[in-house]
Design a protein around this ligand. Structure first.
Ligand SMILES: [Zn+2]
Length: 897
């Protein structure tokens, strides 16, 4: 699954990557991990709630959705294997009415007991079923949801009025909302689906259509071929007035499925899917096993993408590229999500984690592969460099007390949802990258091929992956990997040089990097086995890679030479330099590769957040960045300045901080100008976008006025504003909106049927800082006008870029029931806690702590604890950093008129 708010982007290896591959391991004792040795997958030992006495083998499912009443009539025949005699079958169901449940051609009829909290149905038979094969028949009625869980309806605008379609979203545990089933990933089975839908609908499932026949006026019955053995969360059913564009890839039919009239916008995705499929066929060493793969664009319901086997669903703007409205750079994000979901067709679908505690196997790997594939097909995108923020995000949350190990116990479905986070995706991605770099590209790939071949159509644990990699590479990885997967936290490497005659030595010590509010108890200490790349900034001498297990001292060139740790920014750790080595590096900032400058800046900013460095030391580094530096370097600076600016809302330091930011960023923007030439797909285009947005938010009057002028021209003549500028310009019109421009934004949103344009205008309107307009936007979220997919994002935009957090929170509290009904369980379990991180004060923390719905499920309690820590850390940073920064800027202005 690709998350709604995931940052697509990503990579290029450094000039010394080759040097890194030939490694010298200095210290390599494999220390025993604190946790018990984890085991390879076994069905009986796999965690989960359902009894393992009965196993589903094959489901034959019939569904008849009613698009008006949103009822779903269904029946299913399930071939089951009873492993030991039992009179009770326990399977999953929620919001489902059972009409009948019988076994073996009505030989026995079951009493059905539902447990809403456990989301199970217990079928009790008068006589025990004997061990062996049986056939279960169930008639039922389920619901079609308005929010994007289970089978859901989407109402979307077209040139011919509003239309309604259906699609599904089942990970982690919502197949049970469509049909009763053993809805845990270890219960793999085959699925054959038949659906009754309107005649003018195209129905799409995991497999190709094998039969289609009219059954009533305006209705038809569509039957799909049975799937291979798979987990229930990978089932898909989509239907609507859709069209399909296809191409052949290594004998597999690849299709793009869109609402009527939009398939042409799927051309970019289709062409890339064809290339990716054959590249993955080779990489994984196992050919894609289904006869077709559809990429389905859904214009609402959910915001991300989901790797259903053979029928990947995408929120429309994640898949379609419309050259008339999309900037060229949107293709980077589309490719990234496509490569991620297609990697899951093997890593996740063909071979599936045994339980959600090993979710990272799916998501860490797919998140890594999306960047590897982008590096292969589009090296000019420099996706690792530009996607540096993914690892930074993981390290930021992993430095906190409420972090968790990559592998963590998961009790139930609400907890499983909390695992879809920056640790699972981004730390997992960083770990895989580090391991590939450590083992070498071909040895790592051979290990993956062994893993695929050994576990196809089965389940695994992390241990199965390490075993395959070790046997292929002939090199131990379990010790390194376990120190990252079985414990939380970020390693801190302290590095300092000293002269010994003309030679230089560097000491490396490891500790735990922690960001905690002042006065919080220290989290437990940790130790890691960290592969470390260290060396000079120029390629005169290759970087040295050592496995740091404890502390070390190494030779480090000649006295005074600048020596950098984490060369290439591949490693998952922070570096804190001593004063001597830091000074040498700061002097040599311009000699660093962009990856190293990003890494050095990001670590410096993290040390400020951890109260290990004075806040002005980071601003002084920003002063040292060259006007013509790479987009990723400036992006790092913009990101941290934006964070400080948000914390400064309503504080005396804000004007000085904004002045500082404008003074640093404006020359960079003036270098690029409003109207750059080129392809529109280069890093300057991305940097221009970031700078316009940031300068506008920091109150640059010229930039805001020019944005408003260009927008007025665009309204008269859309071709006057290049696609690449539209998001940034519209955003500035939004934050500075008066009633007239606000109304114009809404009018534009209502007029278009293009999803990316609707989002652009609604989000811009939500950024209006005028409280009356913010109130109008909030009221809009209760109507049917906005796609449900963006309601939470729009409320959040009112709080953050609209700078009206209290107004938005009061609105959420006053309308909690209506919003929860509209947005489903994720509103209660995730939205509330995440929303409250817009605040950085004790009073709001206390409000969250006492807001009962946010604590209703175990997943909600996890999210609430994380949010409370985030608020406390923000409060701490605000009171510690802002006065120091304000004083530094004042002093600097005094000394440098
Ligand atoms: Zn995924």
């Amino acid at each position: 699954m690709a998350l709604k708010d995931s940052i697509p982007m990503a990579r290029a290896l450094r000039h010394f990557a080759a040097a890194l591959a030939t490694t010298a391991v200095l210290a390599c004792s494999i220390s025993a991990s604190a946790a018990a040795e984890p085991a390879a997958f076994s069905f009986d030992a796999a965690p989960g709630k359902l009894p393992k006495t009965v196993i589903p083998v094959h489901y034959a499912i019939e569904l008849t959705p009613d698009l008006e009443s949103l009822a779903l009539a269904g029946s299913e025949v399930v071939d089951i294997e009873v492993r030991e005699p039992t009179a009770r079958l326990v399977l999953n169901a929620i919001n489902t009415m059972f009409a009948s449940a019988t076994i073996d051609d009505d030989a026995q009829r079951a009493d059905v007991t539902l447990d809403a909290a456990a989301e199970t149905a217990t079928l009790s038979f008068p006589q025990p079923l004997t061990a062996g094969a049986h056939r279960l028949r169930i008639g039922f009625t389920a619901r079609i949801n308005k929010f994007g869980i289970g089978l859901f309806s989407v109402d979307y605008p077209t040139a011919n009025g509003m239309k309604r379609m259906l699609s599904s979203q089942l990970e982690p545990a919502d197949a049970r909302r469509i049909f009763p089933c053993w809805d845990e990933p270890a219960f793999k089975a085959t699925f054959a689906l038949e659906v009754t839908v309107p005649q003018n609908f195209l129905a799409v499932g995991n497999m190709p259509i094998v039969r289609e026949e009219p059954v009533a006026p305006n209705l038809k019955r569509v039957a799909f071929a049975p799937t291979p053995k798979m987990s229930s969360y990978l089932f898909v059913f989509t239907a609507g007035e859709l069209e399909r564009l296809t191409a052949d890839a290594d004998g597999v039919t690849v299709g793009v499925v869109t609402t009527a009239g939009k398939s042409g916008q799927g051309r970019f995705a289709l062409d890339n899917a064809v290339k990716l499929l054959s590249w993955y066929n080779d990489y994984f060493g196992v050919k894609y096993p289904l006869p077709k793969l559809d990429l389905i664009a859904v214009p609402g319901g959910f915001g991300g993408a989901m790797e259903n086997w053979g029928g990947i669903t995408f929120f429309e703007s994640r898949l379609l590229f419309d050259p008339t409205t999309n900037p060229d750079i949107a293709r980077r994000g589309i490719f990234s999500v496509l490569a991620h979901e297609m990697a899951h067709q093997w890593f996740g679908d063909l071979v599936t984690m045994g339980w959600w505690d090993n979710l990272w196997l799916n998501e860490g790997f797919a998140s890594w592969m999306q960047e590897k594939a982008a590096s292969h097909f589009y090296p000019q995108w420099k996706t690792w460099l530009n996607g540096y923020g993914q690892k930074q995000y993981a390290m930021a949350i992993d430095a906190r007390r409420t972090s968790h190990p990559i592998q963590q116990p998961v009790a139930d479905q609400s907890e499983a949802m909390t695992a879809f986070d920056g640790i699972t995706y981004n730390k997992g991605q960083a770990l895989i990258r580090m391991l590939e770099n450590y083992l070498g590209e071909s040895a790592f790939r051979d290990g993956i091929r062994r893993y695929m071949a050994a576990h196809a159509y089965g389940n695994t644990t992390t241990t199965d992956l390490w075993q395959a990699l070790e046997s292929a590479a002939g090199k131990k990885v379990t010790g390194i990997a376990a120190s990252y997967t079985e414990q939380d936290g970020v390693p801190l490497i302290s590095a300092e040089t000293r002269c010994s005659g003309d030679d230089q030595r560097m000491t490396l010590r490891q500790d735990r990097f922690v960001i905690a509010p002042a006065g919080a108890p220290a989290p437990p200490s940790r130790s890691w086995q960290v592969p470390i790349a260290v060396g000079p900034l120029t390629s005169t001498r290759p970087a040295e890679v050592l496995l740091l297990d404890g502390n070390a001292e190494i030779a480090a060139g000649s006295c005074g030479e600048a020596i950098k740790v984490n060369l290439g920014d591949i490693g998952y750790y922070r570096v804190e330099y001593g004063p001597i080595s830091r000074e040498a590096l700061v002097k040599s900032l311009a000699l660093m590769a962009p990856e190293d400058r990003v890494n050095f800046l990001a670590d410096s900013w993290a040390l400020v957040q951890a109260a290990r460095a004075a806040p002005p030391s980071y601003l002084a580094l920003i002063e040292a960045i060259g006007v013509d530096d790479h987009r990723a370097v400036w992006d790092q600076a913009i990101g941290s300045l934006t964070r400080l600016d948000r914390l400064a809302l309503g504080r005396v330091e804000r004007p000085a901080l904004q002045n500082f930011a404008r003074a640093k960023l404006r020359p960079v923007f003036d270098r690029l100008g409003w109207d750059g030439g080129g392809s529109g797909d280069d890093d300057n285009t991305l940097l221009r976008y970031s700078l316009i947005t940031a300068l506008g938010e920091f109150g640059d009057g010229d930039v805001i006025a020019e944005a408003r002028r260009r927008f007025a021209g665009f309204v008269q003549d859309p071709s006057s504003l290049p696609n690449a500028l539209r998001d940034a310009v519209t955003h500035l019109v939004g934050i500075s909106a008066d009633r007239a421009s606000y109304d114009r934004l809404l009018a534009l949103a209502r007029k278009t049927t293009v999803t990316n344009e609707r989002l652009r205008y609604y989000y811009a309107a939500a950024s209006a800082r005028d409280p009356a307009l913010a109130g109008a936007t909030l009221a809009l979220t209760l109507t049917d006008e906005l796609p449900n997919t963006i309601v939470d994002g729009v409320i959040n935009a009112v709080a953050s870029s609209g700078e009206q957090p209290d107004l938005a929170w009061d609105f959420v509290k006053a309308n909690y029931d209506a919003l929860a009904a509209k947005l489903g369980p994720s509103f209660r379990d995730f939205f509330i806690a995440n929303f409250m991180t817009n605040f950085s004060d004790d009073a709001h923390a206390a409000e969250l702590a006492h807001f009962a719905p946010a604590q209703a499920t175990s997943g909600g309690r996890v999210m609430t604890a994380r949010a409370l820590e985030t608020i406390a850390i923000s409060a701490d940073l605000k009171t510690r950093a802002l006065p120091a920064i304000g004083a530094w800027i004042e002093q600097r202005n005094g000394t440098r008129p």
